[in-house]
Design a protein around this ligand. Structure first.
Ligand code: A2P
Length: 284
């Protein structure tokens, strides 16, 4: 990979840019401006979700840019209360409407369980997936996948599916690398994507990360993003300033040594959001 426009090829042949722009919590008054700046600085892959409330901002920013729809890669996700066969069909129609498009490049199930104590999540997931498969087969979505799914959740889908998930989006950053889930996906040709790839800033103050930033003469955020890239994982950084948006794309001119990769792989847990699909949220 030499730029954010270089692509991975998903298991169904669809090409997906190596870095995307995350839109979570861009939902304040300035978010259309933020998304316009993101387009101006070069981002073409936008990761949104019905839950984020940012789909309409993505739509407006793309419309204002004058750039063709097909030059963008747009991913969205169905929320916990949109799971289930019928609900998905309606949720998808709403998402298309919000995004002002007639197809999605990627559509994901946001979380495997609506709540940690939800008993029949297995049936709910397979019904939800069946609706995604149909939309995919009708040509309305170019690729389908999962988000926050752990190996046992994915196995349940894979057991009965017609179309295998192409993507799994996980919290992934130095200090929280979910090795078992990443390995499971990568061994099966499921592309891993990283949400919160710089640990929402909490990783940035870590002494070892600061040392590496100094060594490679880049920022700690760039170390985090480069780390994901070298793991074959698509980072989805978000930022509200043009300077950081550009900085977060400038991760192709240096390479972390194998030793430094191992040091990041094995650093103690840092900056975990506290979210786990099977548990109540941990507060730190
Ligand atoms: P800001 O909007 O002020 O740039 P994550 O994607 O890991 O959840 O992190 C998002 C947070 O990281 C945002 O609060 C963003 O703040 C900050 N951030 C994004 N890029 C950088 C960067 N290059 N350097 C420092 N902080 C950054």
């Amino acid at each position: 990979m030499n730029s954010i426009h270089d692509c991975y090829t998903l298991s169904n042949g669809v090409r997906i840019p190596s870095v995307g722009f995350g839109t979570y919590k861009a939902a304040d008054g300035k978010s259309i401006e933020i998304l316009k700046i993101a387009i101006e600085t070069g981002y073409r892959y936008f990761d949104t979700a019905s839950f984020y409330g940012t789909e309409t901002f993505v739509r407006d920013a793309i419309k204002d840019s004058g750039i063709r729809r097909e030059d963008f890669f747009i991913a969205s996700k169905l929320w916990k209360d949109e799971m289930g066969y019928e609900n998905v069909k309606q949720a998808f129609a709403r998402t298309l409407e919000n995004l002002g498009t007639n197809y999605l490049d990627l559509y994901l199930i946001h979380w495997p369980l609506p709540a940690p104590d939800y008993e029949d999540w297995k049936t709910l997931n397979t019904e939800t997936w069946r609706a995604l498969e149909e939309l995919y087969e009708e040509g309305k979505i170019r690729a389908i996948g999962l988000s926050n799914f752990l190996p046992h959740h994915i196995e349940n889908i894979v057991k009965s599916c017609k179309v295998k998930p192409m993507v799994n989006q996980l919290e992934f950053h130095p200090g929280y690398t979910q090795e078992a889930a990443v390995r499971y996906c990568q061994e099966r040709g499921i592309l891993v994507q990283a949400w919160s790839p710089i640990g929402r800033g909490r990783v940035l103050a870590d002494a070892m990360m600061l040392e590496m930033a100094e060594k490679y003469q880049v920022s700690t955020a760039q170390i985090c993003l480069r780390y994901a890239l070298q793991r074959g994982i698509v980072p989805l950084p978000k930022s509200s300033t043009a300077e950081r948006m550009r900085q977060n794309q400038d991760i192709f001119a240096f390479e972390l040594s194998q030793e430094d990769m191992y040091r990041i792989d094995t650093m103690p847990q840092t900056g975990w959001s506290g979210e786990h699909p099977d548990r109540e949220r941990m507060k730190f």
